[in-house]
Design a protein around this ligand. Structure first.
Ligand SMILES: NC(=O)c1ccc[n+]([C@@H]2O[C@H](COP(=O)([O-])OP(=O)(O)OC[C@H]3O[C@@H](n4cnc5c(N)ncnc54)[C@H](OP(=O)(O)O)[C@@H]3O)[C@@H](O)[C@H]2O)c1
Length: 260
C-alpha cells in the first residue's frame, strides 16, 4: 500500500476529475478524507468506499460554503493534515463576449475561496508546526491565454500566491505546493466550453487524471513548490521561463486561433 506522511485530508472539488481521483488515491492509502463539492450524491458514493471519509456539501462560490470549509480546516478537534484546494473552472471565449456574472463566479471560486481556505489552513498548520497545502493551478498560469483570459489570470494568481506561501512557510514544518497540470480529460472541458480540445489536441498532449493526482500528492509530500505533471509540460514551462514574454503571449494567441 502507498504511504503518505499525512494522516487526514480534505479535498475540494472531489466530486469529479482530478479531485475525485485524489480522493480515491488517498482512500486506497488509508488516509481518512473530507470531500467537498456541491454534488453531495457523488461525494457520498466515493465516501462509502473508504473508512473514515466524510462529506461537506458546499458551494464555494458563496460565503456560507467557504466558511464551512474554513471551519473544518481550522478545527483542532478533527485535525486536517493535508488541504487540497482543487475546485475550479474556466470560461472559454472572447473576453468581451462573456457573461460578467460567470466571470465573477470564476474569480470567486478560483481565487477568493482558495485564498480564504489557504489562509485558514496555514494558520492552523503553522500553529502545529506541520501540515500540507496543495493548491491546484494550471500550466495556463505561466503565460496569458487569449480565449481563456480570466481562467489563466486566476491561475497566475494561484501559482504566484502559492510560491509566496511556500517561501513564507519555509522552516516551519509546513509544506506548500502548486500543482500545475496541462490538458487532462475531466468534466473541466464540458464545464469550460472547451470540449473541442479533445478533437484538436493530439493524444500525447493529454495527461491522465491518475498521473496528475498522483504527482500532486507525491509532490506536496516532498514539499515541491511547483509540480508540473508530464515531461511535455515540464519542457514547455521551462521554455516559457527563457523565451521573451512577448513571444509566449503571441504563441498562446496563435494556439487559441487553432483551437477556435
Ligand atoms: N482538466 C484540465 O485540463 C485541467 C488542467 C489544468 C488545471 N485544471 C484544474 O484542476 C482542477 C480540477 O478540475 P478538473 O479538471 O478535475 O475539473 P472537473 O472534473 O470539472 O472538477 C471540478 C470540481 O470542482 C467542483 N466545483 C466546481 N464549482 C464549485 C463550487 N462552486 N463549489 C464547490 N465545488 C465546485 C466540482 O464539483 P461540483 O460541480 O459537484 O460542485 C468538481 O468536483 C481545477 O482547479 C482546474 O482549473 C484542470
Amino acid at each position: 500500500m502507498r504511504r503518505f506522511p499525512f494522516a487526514s485530508a480534505l479535498v475540494t472539488g472531489a466530486s469529479s476529475g482530478i479531485g475525485a481521483e485524489m480522493a480515491k488515491q488517498l482512500g486506497e492509502a488509508g488516509v481518512p478524507t473530507v470531500l467537498v463539492a456541491r454534488r453531495a450524491d457523488r461525494l457520498q458514493e466515493i465516501a462509502d468506499r473508504f473508512d473514515g471519509f466524510s462529506v461537506i456539501e458546499a458551494d464555494l462560490g458563496t460565503g456560507v460554503g467557504v466558511n464551512a470549509v474554513v471551519s473544518a480546516v481550522g478545527s483542532s478537534e478533527h485535525q486536517i493534515d493535508l488541504v487540497v484546494n482543487n475546485a475550479g473552472f474556466g470560461t472559454s471565449g472572447q473576453f468581451a463576449d462573456l457573461d460578467p456574472d460567470r466571470l465573477g463566479d470564476e474569480i470567486d471560486l478560483n481565487v477568493t475561496a482558495l485564498t480564504k481556505i489557504s489562509n485558514a489552513a496555514l494558520a492552523a498548520m503553522r500553529e502545529r508546526g506541520s501540515g500540507y497545502l496543495l493548491n491546484v493551478s494550471s500550466v495556463a498560469s505561466f503565460q496569458p491565454a487569449p480565449g481563456l483570459a480570466v481562467y489563466a489570470a486566476t491561475k497566475a494568481y494561484v501559482t504566484s500566491l502559492t510560491e509566496a506561501l511556500h517561501e513564507e512557510m519555509r522552516g516551519t514544518g509546513v509544506h506548500v505546493s502548486a500543482l500545475c497540470p496541462g490538458l487532462t480529460k475531466t468534466e473541466f472541458q464540458a464545464r469550460s466550453n472547451t470540449s473541442e480540445y479533445e478533437a484538436t489536441f493530439p493524444h500525447f498532449a493529454w495527461t491522465s487524471v491518475q498521473s496528475v493526482a498522483s504527482a500532486g500528492l507525491d509532490g506536496v509530500a516532498k514539499n515541491r513548490a511547483i509540480i508540473v505533471p508530464g515531461a511535455l509540460y515540464r519542457g514547455l514551462v521551462a521554455t516559457s521561463g527563457v523565451v521573451p514574454r512577448s513571444v509566449t503571449r503571441r504563441l498562446s494567441a496563435l494556439a487559441s486561433k487553432i483551437r477556435t
